[in-house]
Design a protein around this ligand. Structure first.
Ligand code: NOJ
Length: 554
């Protein structure tokens, strides 16, 4: 690895921060977050150390799915600001060295999008074929219904034109038909438009639905993804697609573009995420170890995007029923905390009962896992959810800037602020900035160390035998430099012995807290761990003084 590559292939060890403009910061006092507010907070984000912002949808919308139902792909939701505000925001973000990507939601539109209004106006409408129609609703597979609390079918009858239209998600979100070349061209234009305004890429919503549920079926559905990537690369080298592809590893690997890596640049590791939660529930490393051992290697220059929580429910759909129930029992036993029978509408710290040691360990694990970490706004200060909000909105609460909330000067913020132990008086940015033991400071340290240890994202990883079921240990090697990370998922102090091949007599410098350890002549090290303890250790050869960040540059 050459260190210069880490700028060319910047996404491989980026730190991605997902936020919703609507709930981040209100700049004009109307209770709704906006681009002006967000722009004021860019120095905060740069100071946190994140390198890439992912903006949730900010386009005009009737807001029946929090903006994932779009009526115009080429402008800004007027509640959030103007195109002018957007450009000012982009300029400021770039000035502070931050890249920006945005949600690309083109599997469907809102049913109020002018394209759909036109398409449904009659069977001979020139836009008819932009959506997917059928004379009879094809039989539904209940397993395919994404929102089983609201929908029983993916087909909806359209009175006016007497046919059924496909909607993989809510009935107000008709699926666009990428089987039609005009639709594919239009999607490409959307990418081009926002790239011209400075975006470095897109988080692609619902990728498998986008390429599969079309009419006629595409001879090679993946060709469309490759075409999009090629277009982006022609326009601006180094622009990326970050894909929401929640399918088993075997299928998933094809979304990167078999061998070539010319389709989705980074895919979220939904399987690893779910197995990590099972591990956290059991206090046992085994499920996570298994996932990492089974996980395929992405093609060169592609990457896994790692996360523990996001803006949706914590989906547990790839666990067995028994495993899912185990996670429910540990982290969301009450019905109201569960959703769709398969997930939890909670943020991480509440699931851990506010146990800061455990929260810190979980994020240390996230940042050390091989891949690019993606965090959801407010995770860095340990915000909780508000179960009083509807469905998945429970976790999309306003950002907590100060003891009085600080999100808006308006009496009525767009969404209700949590009360109790996770209310802004207890959990906010301003207080945590003044507290060196805070979660915010911990995040800053993790991000700094993650960026200084490109081995973690770029290197070859090996899961180590830790000899204790509660301990997850792995090492990442790149160009003769090594980082070892060890996590105690259990709540008792313990000591493990690690065998570190090729590191006999090396010194291990702890990158998170003080201390060094010596690897024995036989290549073994005894390592004490606190309850929920975590350690990142950089190995240095005996003849070289330990350095905190010593990856070699060739
Ligand atoms: C996935 C998004 O993450 C989710 O929030 C949304 O409801 C669906 N796609 C539909 O766009």
């Amino acid at each position: 690895m050459r260190l210069t590559y880490t700028s060319d292939v910047w996404w491989k060890n980026a730190v991605v921060y997902c936020l919703d403009v609507e709930t981040f910061k209100d700049g004009n006092g109307d209770g709704v977050g906006d681009f002006r507010g967000l722009t004021q907070q860019i120095d905060y984000l740069a100071g946190l150390g994140v390198t890439c912002l992912w903006l949730m949808p900010f386009f005009p919308t009737p807001n029946k799915d929090d903006g994932y139902d779009i009526t115009d792909f080429y402008s800004i939701d007027p509640r959030l600001g103007t195109l002018g505000d957007f450009v000012e925001f982009m300029r400021t973000a770039h000035d502070r060295g931050l890249r920006v990507i945005a949600d690309l939601v083109v599997n469907h539109t809102s049913d109020r999008h002018p394209w759909f209004v036109e398409a449904r106006s009659g069977r001979d409408s020139p836009r008819r074929d932009w959506y997917v129609w059928s004379d009879v609703p094809e039989p539904d597979d209940p397993g395919q219904i994404v929102f089983p609390d609201k929908e029983t079918s993916v087909w909806e009858y359209d009175e006016g034109s007497g046919q059924y239209y496909l909607h993989s998600f809510y009935r107000h979100q008709p699926d666009l038909n990428v089987g039609n070349p005009e639709v594919r061209d239009e999607i490409t234009r959307i990418l081009g438009f926002w790239m011209e305004l400075g975006l470095s890429g897109f988080r692609v919503d619902a990728v498998p639905f986008l390429i599969e549920n079309v009419n006629p079926k595409l001879a090679d559905p993946h060709e469309f993804l490759a075409d999009l990537r090629a277009f982006m690369t022609r326009r601006k080298g180094g622009s990326i697609l970050l894909g929401e592809v929640n399918v088993p590893y075997k299928e998933l690997i094809s979304y990167f573009g078999d061998g070539l890596g010319d389709q989705i640049t980074m895919c979220f590791d939904f399987i690893g995420m779910q197995q990590a939660w099972l591990s956290l529930a059991r206090g046992e490393a085994a499920p996570l170890v298994k996932a990492l051992r089974e996980r395929p290697e992405p093609p060169k220059d592609c990457q896994w995007a790692m996360f523990l929580r996001n803006h949706d429910e914590l989906t547990l759909d790839k666990l067995t029923e028994d495993e899912r129930q185990e996670v429910f029992r540990a982290f969301g036993p009450e019905r109201d905390m569960q959703i769709f029978g398969r997930g939890l509408r909670r943020r991480l710290p509440t699931m851990f009962g506010g146990d800061l040691r455990r929260v810190k360990m979980a994020y240390s694990l996230l940042f050390s896992l091989p891949g690019t970490p993606v965090i959801f706004y407010g995770e860095e200060i340990g915000m909780g959810e508000n179960l009083a909000e509807e469905g998945r909105m429970a976790v999309r609460v306003p950002m907590q800037w100060s003891a009085d909330g600080g999100f808006s000067h308006s009496a009525e913020p767009v969404r209700e602020i949590p009360e109790g132990s996770f209310a802004p008086e207890r959990v906010n940015v301003a207080d945590q900035k003044r507290d060196n033991d805070s979660l915010l400071r911990w995040f800053q340290l993790l991000i700094e160390r993650y960026r200084e240890c490109p081995e973690l994202a770029w290197g070859e990883y090996t899961v180590l035998e830790a000899g204790h079921p509660a301990v997850f240990a792995h090492r990442c090697d790149a160009d003769g430099a090594t980082v070892v990370a060890v996590h105690n998922l259990g709540d008792t102090a313990l000591e493990v012995t690690l065998r570190l091949a090729g590191l006999a007599r090396h010194r291990l410098t702890d990158l998170l807290v003080d201390g060094t350890l010596e690897v024995s002549d036989e290549g073994e090290v005894r390592l004490p761990l606190d309850p929920h303890g975590c350690r990142w250790l950089r190995a240095s050869p005996p003849e070289i003084a330990p350095e905190d960040a010593s990856v070699k540059s060739h």
